[in-house]
Design a protein around this ligand. Structure first.
Ligand code: SF4
Ligand code: SF4
Length: 318
């Protein structure tokens, strides 16, 4: 079942379940992704994440529940949506957490909008549906060395669904990658590792106190799980989202590179900041974080690459 974003991930019960009927909540599928793993990929975005990173580039992924989003640039302020809500919510006020909690996702406001400015983001799907779509795309994967990537949100926070999708894809001989923040029970990660070919493992800050300040959780379990994955011989690439003034200075990247190298990681991806991200915050009527933050310059990136290499790490593409 989908969970509220404040509750911890579910236990890894029935992790061996590979049934087609296992349900999960997703908010998007991109069938032609060229990042998050090799080749052309089908990226499946699972909804809900146990972290709340200050700079989150997918704020619409944070809640485990579907939610109404508002596309400001399409809205004509005609107010057709405002009178139809059976809960008495004025849709444009969904920024208010209390009102958001009252929304029962009936879709009346979405249907009333003549401009497609409202959408319910998030839907329940069965693992078999996702696997069938992956099998349909298999010829494209084979031509490019691609496959399926489970991302989010946080795939390990819906472990039974993630396992079922990955296991069904593996049965169909399709490459499976998983992007993860690593904040989950080791048993969950170990179970998923048996059906995942490649982990794209996010590491954000070397300091546990600052990590908690920026993401809501310490990095201790995350780094311990990373070390155990590497020790188990699992294929892992560490990924660092570079956030201006938070972790993109040479000292922080140096400490982070040293820490992951100590854990046995050999490959790392440094991801430049994506300044397009703040636009998504308007969908949820939230203020964007880090105003004015810009993508790192090529010179700055070159310096950070050098630092990672100096720790013996090989640079991997995104
Ligand atoms: S989805 Fe339904 S309950 Fe939610 S805000 Fe729109 S009309 Fe109201
Ligand atoms: S009905 Fe659509 S266009 Fe009109 S105010 Fe509501 S969201 Fe905006």
């Amino acid at each position: 079942m989908p969970q509220d974003s404040q509750t911890p991930p579910p236990p890894p019960s029935a992790l061996r379940e590979t049934g087609r009927g296992v349900e999960g909540t997703i908010f998007n599928i991109d069938q032609t992704a060229v990042h998050d793993g090799p080749g052309v990929r089908m990226n499946v975005y699972l909804k809900g994440c146990p972290l709340h990173c200050l700079w989150c580039h997918s704020p619409e992924s944070q809640s485990f529940k579907p939610e109404v989003v508002w596309y400001e640039t399409r809205c004509a302020r005609c107010e057709a949506c405002l009178e139809v809500c059976p809960e008495g919510i004025r849709s444009l006020d969904l920024i208010d957490e209390e009102l958001r909690a009252r929304c029962r996702l009936c879709g009346a406001c979405v249907d009333a909008c003549p401009n497609g400015a409202l959408e319910i983001l998030g839907r329940t799907v069965q693992a078999g549906e996702i696997a069938d779509e992956a099998v349909r795309l298999k010829p494209f994967f084979e031509r490019t060395g691609g496959g399926v990537t489970l991302t989010g949100g946080e795939p390990t926070a819906q472990p039974d669904f993630a396992f079922a999708v990955a296991a069904l894809c593996k049965q169909a001989d399709i490459h499976v990658a998983m992007e993860t923040c690593g904040l989950t029970a080791w048993d969950t990660l170990e179970g998923l590792a048996s059906v995942v070919d490649l982990f794209l493992y996010d590491v954000k800050h070397p300091d546990p106190v600052l990590h908690k300040q920026y993401t809501g959780q310490s990095n201790e379990l995350i780094l311990a799980n990373l070390g155990r994955l590497v020790e188990a011989g699992v294929n892992v690439i560490a990924r660092v989202p570079l956030i201006p003034s938070i972790n993109d200075d040479p000292e922080t990247i140096g400490a982070l590179a040293q820490r992951v190298a100590e854990l046995g990681v050999t490959r790392v991806t440094l991801l430049p900041y994506n300044p397009a991200t703040p636009g998504k915050y308007s969908w949820l009527r939230r203020e964007p974080p880090l105003p004015g933050a810009a993508r790192q310059s090529p010179e700055h990136m070159a310096r950070l690459y050098e630092i990672a290499r100096a720790e013996g790490l090989q640079l991997a593409p995104s």
